[in-house]
Write a protein that binds this ligand. Structure first.
Ligand SMILES: [Zn+2]
Length: 257
């Protein structure tokens, strides 16, 4: 038992919240985006990524940020906003944050002056971070590491609230492949899609932050999260994947106009 406690303490000492949506969330976001790319953007991206799809690179940054080479990007996966703070007045992390990183990366790639290697790296970062921009817990409190220190009982298993939103809620909602996720959620009309892509990284982030506040307020601390929690939040998760995908397509189509 003692061994387990030591192991747990060891694991919890890591900044766990660089996980973003789990693999499924990022793959789905990129798959939806891919379906909405212009022919020109698709062609250019394929060339930059040596024939690989953006789905192939969707989750790459979550692993890369934990290596010394890309350690500088560890704080780019989230923007902490503590209770009582607003999207606008929350202190900025001097090491950078999700919203700032997305503005800087897109500006950089739009110059058109990057080497092929730099362009590929910037692109891999953008396709991942737009996914993170739609994971509500990535705007979580600094004091609890984005919900990583909020313990909840999910169907009888104790885990951080952040993990529920990264993975468990998605798996409880549907046992689909990312192809199926993309197919079944991407059903909105053209006019609805147009409304979704209106805005910029700040307004999209602010919208996700509003959901984050609700998650904190409406996640019961004193009873297990169960079927009613899944029923309530799965439609929100689906919408966030869809929004992330459509908006990522808009960003990429705009870069490669
Ligand atoms: Zn991430």
């Amino acid at each position: 038992m003692k061994k387990i406690n030591i192991l747990l303490a060891f694991l919890l000492s890591f900044p766990l919240y660089v996980s973003g949506w789990g693999q499924m969330g990022h793959d789905t976001t990129c798959k939806v985006a891919e379906n909405h790319l212009t022919r020109k953007a698709r062609k250019h991206i394929s060339k930059v990524l040596d024939g690989q799809s953006i789905v192939y690179w969707a989750n790459w940054l979550d692993n890369a940020s934990h290596t010394p080479k890309y350690e500088y990007s560890l704080t780019w996966h989230y923007k902490n906003i503590d209770a009582g703070e607003t999207f606008e007045n929350a202190p900025l992390n001097p090491k950078g944050d999700l919203v700032k990183a997305l503005y800087e990366l897109t500006e950089k790639i739009k110059t058109g002056r990057l080497s092929k290697e730099e362009e590929a790296l910037t692109l891999k970062m953008i396709v991942h971070l737009v996914g993170d921009l739609h994971q509500p817990m990535h705007f979580g409190h600094k004091s609890d590491l984005g919900g990583n220190k909020v313990d909840v009982d999910y169907f009888g298993t104790h885990m951080p609230l952040h993990t529920v939103w990264d993975t468990n809620l998605i798996e409880s909602g549907h046992r689909w492949s990312h192809h199926e996720w993309a197919e079944y959620i991407d059903t909105v009309s053209r006019s609805e899609a147009k409304k979704i892509v209106d805005g910029d990284f700040s307004s999209w982030g602010k919208e996700t932050f509003e959901i984050c506040k609700r998650v904190y307020d409406e996640t019961p601390a004193d009873k297990p999260l169960s079927y009613d929690y899944v029923a309530k939040w799965t439609p929100i998760v689906e919408k966030q994947f869809l929004k992330g995908g459509l908006r990522l397509a808009k960003v990429l189509n705009d870069i490669y106009r």
